[in-house]
Design a protein around this ligand. Structure first.
Ligand code: SIN
Ligand code: FE2
Length: 277
């Protein structure tokens, strides 16, 4: 199910290469299971009859799925029950997003944070919104202040908020109101280990993830760290939404390949919207 709209979705498992989860360098603490994740725990590959199963990947397009996805770009993919890739959903607004980002990073520049285990992350991060996701030697948390400046995080630009709301609604999660946006900056070689986004209070709210700049390989796993991961190429303007039974899936990003993007040069950015509190 995708949100509450009753739309049956399918699962990408036929994919090419897969990986086993390496030890995470940024794995949040064990999540409080939500009703939906509980119900489907460990059963993302389950029997389709139990409502948590799925069938091999299919391409979702307006022609194939009727009204609900009418107007969506060709190439949208249902990744799992509750998870959807919206191809090019943000493509038309990339330059506006980058302009708004500049205001955020002037107040709260990208920085490499340290994991609880003391490892420096290869991805540089910052945040905007009421709270920002922070990791340091003491662990992971949402903090109303930027530890680098002691000041509140910059407000979330309206263009960010509206994009996140539209993407969530398009996938059956109406009324999404993000209070935090984690901004990730990847340079060639940067990677993000398999982890779950599990520091938020309300797992009924989805995660909306927007990609800009260089293409990346997104690793989309299951509810268990050791589950097989599907490799999904994400390009500038693609948006991934995961919620419902897929809210707590393990995911990560493979080492970024070098290249040149007309807007961002040798960089990839990812904006991850959450309802943290
Ligand atoms: C994340 O999981 O925080 C980021 C995912 C991505 O960069 O696509
Ligand atoms: Fe994440």
């Amino acid at each position: 199910m995708m949100g509450g709209n009753g739309m049956a979705l399918s699962r990408a498992r036929s994919a090419s290469s897969s990986t086993r989860g390496p030890p995470s360098s940024c794995s949040p603490p064990s999540p409080r299971p939500s009703a939906s994740s509980d119900r489907c725990a460990g059963r993302l590959r389950g029997d389709p009859r139990d409502g948590c199963g799925y069938t091999p990947i299919r391409v979702v397009s307006s022609g194939a799925t009727g009204e609900l996805f009418e107007g969506m770009a060709q190439g949208n993919q249902a990744l799992a029950p509750g998870a959807m890739l919206l191809r090019g959903f943000a493509r038309a607004e990339l330059s506006g997003l980058v302009a708004a980002l500049r205001e955020v990073t002037e107040a709260a520049p990208f920085r490499h944070m340290t994991t609880r285990g003391g490892y420096g992350m290869s991805v540089a991060m910052t945040s905007c919104g009421a709270v920002g996701w922070v990791t340091d030697g003491t662990g992971y948390r949402y903090d109303p202040n930027d530890p680098a400046t002691g000041r509140a995080w910059p407000p979330m630009p309206e263009a960010f908020r509206l994009l996140a709301r539209r993407a969530a609604a398009a996938c059956g999660y109406p009324g999404f109101e993000p209070d935090s946006c984690l901004l990730n900056e990847y340079t060639p070689g940067s990677r993000l280990s398999l982890h779950r986004d599990a520091d938020e209070r309300d797992f009924t709210q989805p995660i909306v993830s927007v990609s800009l700049g260089l293409p990346a390989v997104f690793l989309f796993g299951g509810l268990e760290r050791g589950d097989r991961t599907t490799r999904i190429r994400l390009e500038s303007g693609d948006v991934v939404v995961f919620g419902g039974p897929a809210r707590l899936v393990y995911h990560g990003v493979a080492p970024l390949a070098d290249g040149f993007d007309p807007l961002l040069g040798r960089r990839r950015l990812n904006f991850t919207f959450r309802r943290a509190r």
